[in-house]
Design a binder for this molecule. Structure first.
Ligand code: TXA
Ligand code: MG
Length: 354
């Protein structure tokens, strides 16, 4: 166990002294968690293979899942990649800094471990003054996966980071809760038309307006339907974004969702299982369960996205065994939210009839 230093910083005007302390750690091959506009990342010098290996270890992340490399200046891209296609140039100009990650062919200066042996690299420029100041002061690109233990919900506060990684990392820059709450959109331009590999902070609709044709890769949708019977028997757990509690997602029209959620709550209560319901403002009043939490209004998907990971962690604190989660509309940020929820459930998805 090492002592994890907590540095409270001003999110808009980060104190130079504190950024310098954090940057020294990065330069020396250490690990610093920092806020971005999406979620907190766990940073290491992307060009230092030992530091990146330590990053995988601290997170207990499988070595075949490469992190995103964060930069503070578009110029840095040209060092890290073989070529910058014209489409990428336009996207960088328009969406950076911001929650869009682009996949490029990587250059030789990038260590194998940073890209998990792939010949491609994922890069983004975060829209957060603390992140940008840290990258600039460190003088290197920063590899940063989300700052959670592998498989857990991503952290949207420094407290979440400490819950998972205290004693495993050198420092965390605490600048309060992050704004967007789900991770960046990962876009692969090598496919024709370009493909979203992970839905995130930039909705598909926005990319389509800009690029014309763009589609979701099938893995981005993450939908696999299972029958209620199967949901009721313990299945194989897919560990991703997952709280300790088992998650079941109920999808369909709102009225059907409410009936199905009630049915599942009753079923589990009869078995003396502690149940939580992840509801929305429009429906939360309909449920009598051990714990009911609302993501926010179905009409405001920005708020829903911002609350998602925080609420999943809160259910664990309440000690619920099962979380029955309402599905939300598959548009805008709703696609990113549903991708996380479906994965958190290990694809235990129940379709409600209207
Ligand atoms: O918002 C975010 O993207 C946050 C903040 C910290 O920037 N970072 C983040 O990193 O979510 P991480 O490592 O948890 O997720 C990176 C995603 C993974 O789904 C990974 O498989 C994918 O990017 N990825 C990384 N390199 C890739 C590559 N060369 N090709 C395809 N996908 C890649
Ligand atoms: Mg992650």
């Amino acid at each position: 166990m090492k002592k994890t230093l907590v540095l409270k910083v001003n999110p808009r005007k980060p104190e130079k002294k504190k950024i310098r302390v954090a940057a020294e750690i990065i330069k020396n091959g250490g690990l610093v968690a920092f806020p971005t506009e999406t979620v907190y990342g766990l940073g290491a010098d992307a060009l230092n293979p030992k530091a990146v290996l330590a990053l995988f270890k601290a997170k207990k992340r499988p070595l075949d899942n490469p992190p995103i490399v964060h930069i503070s200046d578009v110029k840095e891209v040209y060092r890290l990649v073989e070529e910058v296609p014209p489409k990428a140039e336009k996207l960088m100009e328009n969406f950076w800094p911001g929650p869009l990650t682009l996949i490029f062919r990587r250059s030789k200066i990038v260590p194998d471990v940073t890209v998990a042996g792939l010949d491609t690299i994922a890069i983004r420029m975060p829209k957060h003054n603390v992140a940008l100041a840290l990258i600039r002061e460190s003088g290197c690109p920063i590899a940063a996966p989300s700052a959670n233990l592998a498989g857990r919900p991503s952290p949207t506060t420094a407290q979440h980071v400490l819950e998972d990684l205290e004693g495993r990392i050198d420092a965390v820059l605490d600048a309060g809760p992050t704004k967007i709450g789900v991770e960046s959109t990962v876009l692969d331009l090598a496919a024709d038309p370009p493909q979203v590999l992970r839905p995130g902070g930039i909705p598909l609709e926005k990319l389509r307006k800009f690029l014309g044709e763009v589609e979701f890769h099938p893995i981005a949708i993450a939908d696999k339907e299972v029958s209620v019977e199967k949901v009721r028997s313990p299945g194989v757990r897919h560990k991703h974004y997952a709280p300790n509690a088992e998650v079941i997602v109920v999808e369909g029209e709102v009225s059907g969702i409410v009936e199905k959620v009630k049915e599942l709550v009753k079923y589990y209560e009869e078995k003396s299982v502690k149940v939580g319901v992840l509801a929305t403002d429009e429906t939360a009043g309909c449920y009598r369960a051990d714990v009911v939490k609302s993501l926010g209004s179905r009409k405001n998907l920005k708020v829903v996205a911002k609350n998602l990971f925080k609420l999943l962690r809160e259910f664990d604190k309440e000690g619920v065994d099962v979380i029955v989660a309402e599905g939300i509309p598959l548009k805008g940020l709703g696609v990113a939210v549903m991708n996380r929820l479906r994965k958190a459930s290990g694809y235990k998805i129940v379709k409600a009839n209207a």
